[in-house]
Design a protein around this ligand. Structure first.
Ligand code: PTJ
Length: 260
């Protein structure tokens, strides 16, 4: 694997450092070629956001923390991109909110599942569900490999955090009565549109913030957390995220036209 030293002074140093991580995840057999493409799509949307956590995402992160804290049986679903970009945060968040962790892959192989489990365990995860034959239950209405669930994990959960998800499963999880939280840079994706709660942000920024929020809200009464959740409207928040991008582009195009 070729490692490139990214100069700290580079205007887009953070994004390039994340690419180095992606490169590492790919070399370790955690991420797939398809995952690289998905990352590129994410980068494009992040560029439109200005590579910052916008206020709509900050609000969604707070509500997501409250949702995970009041859940009876929360779980974090981990794919190759998630395990590559935020393995430490996944493990810490799971501990903080008492969530289980389950590996769930679109491009499913036992080797990848084991590599992801190893990565999560290297950051302190005790139990990682969904490996090989453990994921023996099929989700109705789904034909991809994502349909396989662990009987002790996603199947019996009430709240699922599914960052960087690919559409169909979010809808099926919701049909099964689960609360679905996603992190997705694309506010137009099917996952973003069908989740119960959508954080439009880069996972590398959102996960540390989500972790901090759960620490802050941990000792707050459940009734107050429930009230926060009740007052949140995902569709409105998503609409505002999209408006943010549109306004930013309009402003940017004015600057460019005037500069010509
Ligand atoms: O590891 P596997 O086999 O389970 O496969 C994982 C991928 C991500 C390849 C698979 O789930 C996939 O193909 O996903 P999609 O359909 O490309 O959707 C991924 C979504 O995540 C897209 O809407 C991207 O814009 C978004 N995305 C990509 N990178 C990030 C992101 N969102 C937040 N943070 C990112 N860094």
């Amino acid at each position: 694997m070729t490692k490139t030293k990214i100069p700290k002074t580079h205007p887009r140093a953070k994004s390039l450092q994340v690419r180095e991580k992606v490169n590492e995840g790919y070399s370790e057999g955690i991420m797939t070629e398809q995952g690289l493409i998905a990352h590129g799509r994410g980068e494009a949307f992040d560029y439109l956001l200005g590579e910052i956590t916008i206020s709509e995402a900050t609000i969604a992160i707070k509500v997501a923390a409250a949702t995970l804290l009041i859940a009876k049986n929360p779980i974090i679903s981990v794919n190759g991109n998630v395990a590559t970009l935020t393995p430490k945060e996944v493990v810490k968040l799971a501990k903080n909110v008492g969530a289980k962790i389950e590996v769930n892959l679109f491009h499913r192989t036992l080797e990848r599942e084991k590599a992801i489990m190893k990565k999560l365990k290297s950051f302190g995860a005790k139990n990682v569900l969904g490996i090989g034959k453990e994921a023996a239950f099929e989700m109705n209405g789904l034909e991809s490999s994502r349909r396989w669930m662990d009987p002790n994990g996603i199947m019996i959960s009430d709240t699922v955090l599914v960052p960087l998800e690919d559409g169909d499963r979010t809808a099926e999880l919701r049909k099964a009565g689960k609360t679905v939280i996603t992190i997705d840079l694309n506010p137009l994706s099917r996952t973003a549109q069908t989740a119960s709660l959508t954080i439009v942000d880069n996972i590398v920024r959102a996960m540390p913030l989500l972790l901090e929020e759960t620490k802050k809200l941990k000792n707050i009464e459940n009734d107050i957390l429930k009230d926060m959740i009740k007052r949140f409207d995902n569709k409105v928040n998503l609409g505002k995220s999209l408006s943010y991008i549109i306004k930013r582009l309009e402003k940017d195009s004015v600057i460019r036209v005037n500069a010509q």
